[in-house]
Write a protein of this length. Structure first.
Length: 167
């Protein structure tokens, strides 16, 4: 079956189910973080977290400091989000709203890090933990006909450099 036919069938099923539920009683939609966590657990073998992370916006320079440390020479515009494992906070650049598939994909990426930290997963280097985060982010974007390269300019070579331990 063609992808667009599958999408149409899935949407029809969801709308049909929603209509029958709406006729019975109105319910609030599930919180976004719960939905993303469920998707990540179901599709990437991660373990659910015992608590949800806080979401905070901050200046881009603060995100660089969180991600790379205060002595970093990384340009603030290069970091759009960061997960602080100690505080269990996902930081986004100011202006992040989560209202587009691309912005939500950044949340998906950082939620992978939250679930990894909650499961006390250990990695040989920080880059190694990025492998699954980028894979999940790309899968999320593909749900909307997008990918990492066309949306963020992250091509396979850049992805390789970002996910390989260099020590």
């Amino acid at each position: 079956m063609h992808i667009s036919a599958l999408r149409s069938a899935a949407v029809a099923l969801c709308l049909g189910a929603a209509a029958s539920v709406a006729a019975a009683e109105t319910q609030d939609p599930p919180p976004l973080l719960d939905t993303i966590e469920l998707w990540l657990v179901a599709n990437f073998g991660l373990t659910p977290a015992s608590e949800v992370p806080d979401l905070v916006t901050a200046p881009a320079s603060r995100l660089v400091e969180i991600r790379y440390g205060s002595a970093s020479q990384v340009s603030p515009g290069e970091v759009v989000a960061a997960y602080d494992e100690a505080s269990r906070i996902i930081y986004f650049t100011e202006g992040w709203t989560g209202r587009t598939p691309a912005q939500l994909s950044v949340l998906v990426h950082e939620m992978v890090h939250h679930l990894q930290a909650s499961a006390d997963m250990r990695f040989a280097c920080p880059a190694e933990r990025e492998v699954l985060a980028y894979r999940a982010q790309d899968a999320w974007l593909q749900l909307f006909g997008m990918d990492l390269e066309s949306t963020f300019g992250i091509d396979p070579a850049m992805l390789l450099v970002a996910t390989v331990c260099t020590h």
